[in-house]
Design a protein around this ligand. Structure first.
Ligand code: ZN
Length: 225
């Protein structure tokens, strides 16, 4: 299983011009640098823009240096937008379609990652309420997943099959592999209850519900500490 994943990752790494730091990579300081700031822009100026910008920098400040370098090296950038719905409407985006949640629209989203255009949108508001600053962790999880091709790997598909038979708590019974992967990255980044009140989907219980998937995500993140 490991060699299949490794092969998949190596070919993607070449394509993404991302580097393979090796398992001996040590922990790096978690600071916001100019490279991080350059990667964040305010798409919608308005009353929520400054707070949203600070929230994004706060989240980036909690992420390992190598993890962020992997995202920026993979071509990703972050845009703070008023709401996902408004931004997408004004950019003539196609209507949102989720196989798993056909009732969802852009209004349901507090963040959105476009892997084709390497764009991480973070909403300033959702349903007129400020967006939780931890959304940035989840959306960066999607970008990391895409650069490393984690959730599309055979190893992750096998892990998903194993875990999905075991998930008891309906709150954690997600069906989209990409969402599970992104959320597991967020859970890892939010360990020790980073950012305030715990949420069911952001607690370590989510990782406990998906143990095999979580092990793969942790293994991937270990190279970017
Ligand atoms: Zn997501």
């Amino acid at each position: 299983m490991k060699s299949t994943l490794c092969l998949a990752i190596c070919s993607i790494l070449v394509a993404a011009n991302c580097f393979w730091p090796g398992p001996t990579a040590c922990a790096s300081e978690e600071v916001v640098t100019d490279a991080d700031k350059v990667a964040v822009t305010i798409g919608s100026p308005g009353p929520g823009a400054e707070q949203s910008y600070q929230n994004i920098l706060w989240a980036l400040g909690k992420m390992p240096r190598k993890f962020k370098d992997c995202l920026w090296g993979g071509g990703y950038h972050i845009i703070s937008v008023s709401t996902i719905d408004e931004w997408q409407s004004s950019h003539h985006a196609r209507p949102f379609h989720s196989k798993d949640h056909p009732e969802w629209t852009y209004k349901n989203l507090s963040g959105l990652t476009g892997n084709r255009i390497k764009q991480i949108l973070i909403g300033q508001y959702q349903f007129k309420r400020p967006v939780d600053r931890r959304v940035t962790f989840h959306e960066c999880g999607h970008a990391f997943d895409n650069v490393r091709q984690i959730s599309r790997s055979d190893a992750f598909a096998t892990a998903y099959k194993l875990d999905s038979c075991l998930v008891k708590n309906p709150k954690f019974a997600w069906t989209a592999r990409g969402e599970i992967c992104a959320q597991l990255v967020a859970v890892e980044m939010c360990k020790n209850n980073v950012g305030g009140s715990d949420r069911p989907g952001l607690s370590s219980k989510f990782a406990e519900a998906w143990p095999n998937c979580a092990a793969i995500v942790r293994e991937q993140l270990a190279y970017y500490r």
